[in-house]
Design a protein around this ligand. Structure first.
Ligand SMILES: [Zn+2]
Length: 280
């Protein structure tokens, strides 16, 4: 009993002291909170608006930078997805209706070479060149001729405009050397040599053929009989000089493709007549 009385007395003495202590602590804490709340505020706001101002432009810059690769990214896969798809899609439709108009291009005094004309050439063993597309049939024609004991030789095939001009100049110089005036020499040369841009040789489809051995006449007669089987025609026949404007050239053959060649040779036409018939 005594022990509990003593304990109660001790508690009653301590209590006011503890309450005073707690009040002091509360006041100190309140002062600290007020100070601490006020001082960070302005500096924080400044820092916040500062960083906000910095991060805001940074954000559009980032999103701008993000849209740029994003913008090009879809293009790249789309482009790279299209390019592999395009060949497989376009090749089958373009192959069947192949443009064969190149076989029937007319080149003469009135029909110069098409503007910007180019041709993919195939070099032959003797250094001559032809349109690469006629090579397989040309080779077949030579193989069959040789099998028949005929040995054709390509004396002249593709000519550039520069080469055509050189040939014309050589003819003119030759006539001038014989005492002709330049005008007369040029006039005479132009009856035998085409003006650059109007020679069929510039197409890569014309061949001047002679015999590799023996008489060229045997080669020419075999070719007149057989050339159409390989897509070639005798381009300047003796009886068509008035139409072609070129004197008879038994050596000059022109590729037009097997279909046209068959009709032209069987009906005894020249290319100008054949093309005139086909015009609408
Ligand atoms: Zn020729």
């Amino acid at each position: 009993m005594n022990r509990t009385r003593n304990a109660r007395r001790g508690q009653s003495r301590l209590l006011p002291f503890l309450i005073a202590l707690a009040l002091v602590a509360l006041v100190l804490l309140g002062m600290l909170l007020l100070r601490g709340g006020k001082t960070p505020d302005p500096s924080d706001a400044g820092a916040q608006t500062g960083t906000a101002a910095r991060t805001e432009p940074a954000a559009p810059a980032q999103s701008g930078a993000a849209t740029e690769p994003a913008g090009s990214d879809p293009e790249m896969p789309a482009g790279s997805a299209e390019t592999p798809a395009a060949p497989t899609e376009t090749v089958p439709p373009t192959e069947p209706p192949a443009d064969e108009s190149w076989k029937l291009v007319l080149v003469n005094k009135d029909h110069p070479l098409p503007e910007g004309f180019t041709v993919e050439l195939k070099e032959l063993r003797n250094g001559q060149h032809v349109d690469a597309r006629i090579y397989p049939e040309l080779q077949q024609m030579f193989d069959d001729a040789r099998a028949a004991g005929i040995y054709p030789f390509i004396n002249e095939s593709f000519r550039s405009a520069e080469r055509q001009q050189q040939i014309l100049d050589k003819y003119i110089a030759g006539y001038e050397a014989q005492g002709m005036s330049h005008a007369a020499a040029e006039e005479k040369a132009l009856t035998l040599v085409a003006v650059p841009g109007t020679s069929e040789h510039q197409l890569g489809l014309a061949l001047d053929l002679i015999a590799e051995y023996g008489e060229s006449a045997a080669v020419w007669s075999w070719l007149r009989e057989n050339c159409q089987r390989y897509g070639f025609i005798l381009r300047y026949p003796a009886d068509k000089e008035a139409i072609t404007g070129i004197s008879y050239e038994p050596w000059h053959f022109r590729y037009v493709g097997a279909a046209a060649a068959g009709e032209i040779m069987e009906r005894g036409l020249c290319l100008e007549e054949y093309l005139a018939e086909r015009q609408p």
